[in-house]
Write a protein that binds this ligand. Structure first.
Ligand code: BGC
Length: 421
């Protein structure tokens, strides 16, 4: 009898333990967010920690799904495979047209309206971002930042050794690059990957004039794409190519940043995620490095915004809403973007915590937006959909690697864009 009672009690305890375990794991699964992103460099990983910690404090459990590869092209390939297999992540980092294209083609994106309305996102997120965060009246993504691609990051000592004056025109830029070369360093740190070549191209095209950028990269006007000014833009690209070291091919963008941080190279032309690397290496703007707009583009901005898109994954919608709300919190947006190198996606975040480059980023954005000089970055998915962007990448990279002369490149660009539309 005693033995029978013992068995009964043991079974009851086991059943209780089992059901508690099941309940706990269901609860955990519901508070999990599997987040796909391409933030794998030192500065990016530091920024993502800020987000993970914030979510942990709200009982949202981060399941990491990193896909290395600057600019996110590789991440988009992996995402496509997951969606095709019917197994999307809970949330994914995405850029511009990729967001609205997925909304159109899958119809499987979550609806964040409940939280967006409660928190008045309509009022604090600029229209240029809302264009991508909303689809058919629904908020489908939460924007975490605004980056811009027309920046140059200059090693301060290398600049001082080259005369000390930050270049403001194309001619001054060439003079500084020549001096850096004469001083025995690599003038321009660059990684030969299509998205990095395209990032340079954003800035070079913008340096030929706002109208030119708009007509070429946004309106895709054939005459502009294949015309004389485009030939000149490609000539500028070829000129920049001559300041890059021999080992540039395939180099990761953050390694190019390190070359500038260490003074092995003079400057890098890259979006302000590069600043995240300088900050991570404990470098200070004005002392160790200088941030300037690509010469000839002052006052104008080619922007891109990282947004978290939520997929319709049923159970986790509560965690998704918590994550969306956390991402949009103004205190969080300050803490995150200080580390990431970007500006907040909301217009009501104070700039106090930001360094001088961050303050400049925020001021430049406001000014460019006021003066109609804010343009979506082609390289980072905010000017044209991915199919056209990739066609532009191909021509720009082929030219950068010497496959086409500048005249042929302009003709190829016009043809490639036409074929991809
Ligand atoms: C993203 C940044 C990222 C960069 C390099 C850009 O497209 O907007 O957040 O740091 O790519 O990977």
């Amino acid at each position: 009898m005693i033995f029978l009672n013992f068995i009964k009690t043991t079974l009851a305890i086991s059943a209780l333990t089992l059901s508690t375990t099941i309940l706990t794991s269901i609860a955990n699964a519901n508070s999990d967010v599997e987040v796909m992103h391409w933030w794998t460099s030192g500065g990016e990983a530091a920024a993502i920690k800020v987000l993970q910690k914030d979510l942990a404090s709200k009982d949202v459990n981060w399941k990491d799904m990193p896909v290395a590869g600057g600019g996110g092209s590789d991440a988009m390939t992996v995402l496509r495979a997951r969606i095709t297999a019917g197994n999307p992540p809970t949330a994914a980092q995405m850029l511009g047209f990729d967001i609205t294209d997925w909304a159109k083609s899958t119809g499987k994106l979550g609806n964040l309206n409940a939280v967006a309305e409660k928190e008045d996102w309509d009022k604090v997120v600029p229209a240029a971002l809302q264009k991508f965060s909303k689809y058919e009246g629904k908020w489908i993504a939460a924007p975490v930042n605004v980056h811009s691609s027309n920046w140059v990051w200059v090693n301060k000592k290398a600049l001082d050794d080259a005369g000390g004056k930050a270049p403001t025109t194309w001619e001054e830029l060439l003079t500084v690059l020549d001096k850096m070369k004469a001083n025995g360093i690599t003038p321009l740190a660059h990684g030969g990957q299509p998205w990095q070549d395209a990032t340079l191209f954003d800035a070079v095209v913008l340096s030929m004039g706002d109208d030119f950028y708009k007509k070429a990269m946004i309106d895709l006007d054939p005459e502009t794409l294949g015309g004389e000014t485009m030939v000149k833009a490609f000539e500028r690209m070829a000129a920049l190519r001559s300041y890059v070291d021999d080992n540039f091919s395939g180099r990761d963008w953050s390694l190019a940043s390190s070359m500038v941080i260490e003074g092995k190279a003079g400057m890098q032309m890259m979006g302000d995620w590069a600043k995240g690397e300088f900050i991570k290496a404990d470098k200070k703007p004005g002392e160790d490095f200088v941030c300037i707009r690509f010469p000839g583009t002052q006052g104008a901005v080619t922007f891109n915004s990282d947004q978290f898109v939520m997929f319709d994954v049923g159970d986790q919608s509560e965690a998704q809403m918590k994550m969306a709300s956390a991402v949009m919190n103004p205190v969080f947006q300050s803490a995150f973007n200080v580390v990431k190198g970007s500006a907040p996606a909301r217009t009501d975040v104070p700039n106090d915590a930001f360094d001088d480059c961050g303050k400049k980023a925020m001021a430049d954005l406001a000014e460019a937006s006021k003066n109609n000089r804010l343009f979506g970055s082609m390289a980072h998915g905010h000017a044209v959909p991915a199919s056209i962007k990739n066609a532009i990448y191909d021509v720009v990279t082929a030219h950068f690697n010497g496959e086409f002369d500048s005249k042929t490149a302009a003709e190829e660009l016009e043809a490639a864009v036409f074929a991809s539309k």
